[in-house]
Ligand binder design. Structure first.
Ligand code: 3HC
Length: 291
C-alpha cells in the first residue's frame, strides 16, 4: 500500500509577487477553490497586481468562461498585502519574484521564517534558477521544489515540477496532486537550468533575435514564418515580448552560466533593449508596440 503524503490537501496558498506570473498563479489557485494570500513589495505593486488579476477575470467573464458570481467568489478568496508574515498559516507558498538569484534567495529566507506550518511546501516558479541553490537558503530543503507555470497561466495547461537532490518524495507527491487539482498537466524535470521547456524554447527565441539583428528578415516575416509555416500560435519575437525581454535575458544568462554553450548566450540586441526599458508587452514596447 502506498503511504499518503503528510500534510493533507492544500487549501491555503501564498503567492509572493503579483507580476505577470504571480497574478496568473494566484488566479488559477483561487479558481480551483484555494484561499490565496498575495504579498507584493509595495502598495503600488499590490494595486498593479490586483488590477492585472481582475482584468484577467474580466476577460474570462467577457468570453463566457466564468460568470460574474463565480468571479466575485474567486476575488473573495484572494487577499493582498505587503507583509510576508501573512504567510504564517499557509500550506504552500509559491514564489514568483523576478528571475534574479539574490532576489530569490532573499525571498526564500523570508518565506522560510514566516511560514509556521512545519509541513508547508515552499515552491519557486523560477524559469531557470537551480532549485537546489534556492532550497539551500531555507532550513527545510526537503520541502522546496520548482512549480513552474507558463504564461498566460490561466490558459496554458502545463506545470513543470522540479525536484532538487534534497526534495522529499512527499513534497513532490503533494505538489503534483495540487497542480493536477488546478487542472494542469504535469511534467517532471531534473534540476538543471531551464528545466525542460525553457532549455528548448529560449535558444529558439534567441536565434530569432540574432536573425533579426543580422538582418535576415523583418520581425513580422520571422514571426509569420513560424506561425504560417509551423502552426505555432505566435512567432518567436512576439512570444519573447509576451514572456518579457527582461525575463528572456535572465533565463538566457542562467542557461549560459550553467552550460557555457554559445547558443544560450544573450544577443547584444536583447541586452540593449532591456537596458532601454523595452521589455515587451508589459512595458508597451519590445519588438512590437502595444497599447
Ligand atoms: N490572461 C488570461 N486569458 C488570456 C490571456 C491572458 N493574458 N491571453 C489570452 N487569454 C485567453 C483569451 O481570453 C482567450 O480565451 P477564450 O477563447 O475563452 O476567450 C484565449 O486565451 C485565446 O486568446 P486570444 O483569442 O486573445 O488570442 P490567441 O488565440 O491569439 O491566443 C495566446 C493568445 C493564448 C497567448 C496564444 O497565442 C498562445 O498560447 N501563445 C503561446 C504562449 C506561450 O508559448 N507561452 C509560454 C511562454 S514560456 C513561459 O511562460 C515560461 C517562462 O518561464 C518564461
Amino acid at each position: 500500500m502506498t503511504r499518503a503524503p503528510a500534510g493533507g490537501a492544500i487549501e491555503r496558498v501564498g503567492v509572493l509577487g503579483c507580476g505577470l506570473m504571480g497574478a496568473g498563479i494566484a488566479e488559477v489557485c483561487a479558481r480551483s477553490g484555494a484561499g490565496v494570500v498575495v504579498v507584493e513589495a509595495s502598495d503600488g505593486a499590490v494595486a498593479t497586481g490586483r488590477k492585472r488579476l481582475t482584468a484577467s477575470l474580466e476577460r474570462a467573464v467577457a468570453s463566457g468562461r466564468l460568470d460574474s458570481a463565480a468571479r466575485d467568489e474567486v476575488l473573495a478568496r484572494i487577499s493582498f498585502g505587503t507583509g510576508i508574515e501573512a504567510f504564517a498559516d499557509r500550506q504552500l507558498v509559491i514564489e514568483a519574484v523576478p528571475e534574479v538569484l539574490e532576489l530569490k534567495l532573499d525571498a526564500f529566507r523570508r518565506i522560510d521564517a514566516a511560514v509556521a506550518d512545519p509541513e508547508a511546501i515552499l515552491a519557486s516558479n523560477t524559469s531557470s534558477i537551480p532549485i537546489g541553490r534556492i532550497a539551500a537558503a531555507t532550513g527545510r530543503p526537503g520541502q522546496v521544489l520548482g512549480v513552474h507555470f507558463f504564461n498566460p497561466v490561466p490558459v496554458l495547461p502545463l506545470v513543470e515540477l522540479v525536484s532538487s537532490l534534497q526534495t522529499s518524495p512527499d513534497t513532490l507527491a503533494r505538489a503534483r496532486s495540487f497542480a493536477e487539482g488546478l487542472g494542469k498537466q504535469v511534467i517532471l524535470a531534473q534540476d538543471r537550468a531551464g528545466f525542460v521547456v525553457n532549455a528548448l524554447l529560449v535558444p529558439y527565441l534567441l536565434s530569432a533575435i540574432r536573425m533579426l539583428e543580422a538582418g535576415h528578415a523583418s520581425a513580422e516575416d520571422i514571426d509569420t514564418g513560424m506561425v504560417a509555416g509551423c502552426a505555432h500560435p505566435m512567432g518567436p519575437l512576439r512570444l519573447a515580448d509576451l514572456v518579457g525581454l527582461d525575463t528572456t535575458l535572465h533565463v538566457a544568462n542562467s542557461l549560459y552560466g550553467e552550460f557555457k554553450e554559445p547558443h544560450y548566450a544573450p544577443p547584444a540586441l536583447l541586452m540593449r533593449m532591456v537596458d532601454a526599458g523595452r521589455l515587451g508587452r508589459k512595458s508597451g514596447a519590445g519588438f512590437y508596440t502595444y497599447d
